[in-house]
Ligand binder design. Structure first.
Ligand code: HEC
Length: 133
C-alpha cells in the first residue's frame, strides 16, 4: 500500500514538473481557443500592420518591447514576463492572438483590451504581430 502511494506521488511530481514553470518563453502547447473566437482570421489583411505598429507602440510596447520580444521596460518586473510575441506568432493562429488581446490572460498582467481598443485596432495589432521576427 505504501509503495502504491509512493508511485502516485512520484507520478504527480513528474506531471507537475511537466506542466509547471510557465514563465519560459519556449512556446509550449497553446491553450485551446474558445469556440466564440475559434477559426477567426484577420478581416483586415496584412496591410493593417502599418496602423497596427502605432497601436502597438502606444499600448503594448512598454511591456512587450518595440520588437515584441517581451523586453519592454514595464515588463521587466512582471511575473510571468510578457511573452516573446515574435516566437508566439510562428505557432499561434489569428484567432488565438485576437482572443488573448480581447480577453487578456488570467493570472498575468495581460489585461483585456476589448473596450479599450476598437475591434479594428485589435486586428491591426494582430497584423503587426505577424510582422515580428
Ligand atoms: C502591463 C504589461 C503588458 C501590456 C501593456 C500588454 N501586455 Fe500582452 N502580455 C503581458 C503579459 C505579462 C503576458 C502573459 C505572458 C505569459 O503568458 O507568460 C501577455 C500576453 C500576451 C499575449 C498572449 C501570449 C500567450 O502566450 O498566450 C498576447 C498575444 C499579447 N500579450 C499581446 C499584447 C498586445 C497586442 C498588447 C497591446 C494592445 C499587450 N499585449 C499589452 C503583458 C502586457
Amino acid at each position: 500500500m505504501k509503495k502504491v502511494l509512493f508511485v502516485v506521488l512520484i507520478l504527480g511530481a513528474i506531471a507537475l514538473a511537466a506542466c509547471g514553470g510557465g514563465s519560459s518563453n519556449a512556446v509550449a502547447t497553446l491553450a485551446p481557443v474558445p469556440a466564440e473566437f475559434a477559426g477567426q482570421t484577420n478581416p483586415l489583411g496584412a496591410d493593417a500592420a502599418t496602423a497596427g505598429a502605432e497601436v502597438f507602440k502606444t499600448n503594448c510596447e512598454a511591456c512587450h518591447g518595440s520588437l515584441g520580444k517581451g523586453d519592454g521596460p514595464a515588463g521587466a518586473a512582471l511575473d510571468p514576463a510578457p511573452k516573446d510575441l515574435s516566437v508566439l506568432q510562428t505557432t499561434a493562429g489569428d484567432d488565438y492572438l485576437y482572443w488573448r488581446i480581447n480577453t487578456g490572460k488570467e493570472g498575468t498582467s495581460m489585461v483585456a483590451w476589448k473596450g479599450v481598443l476598437t475591434d479594428e485596432q485589435i486586428w491591426q495589432a494582430v497584423a503587426f504581430i505577424r510582422t515580428l521576427k
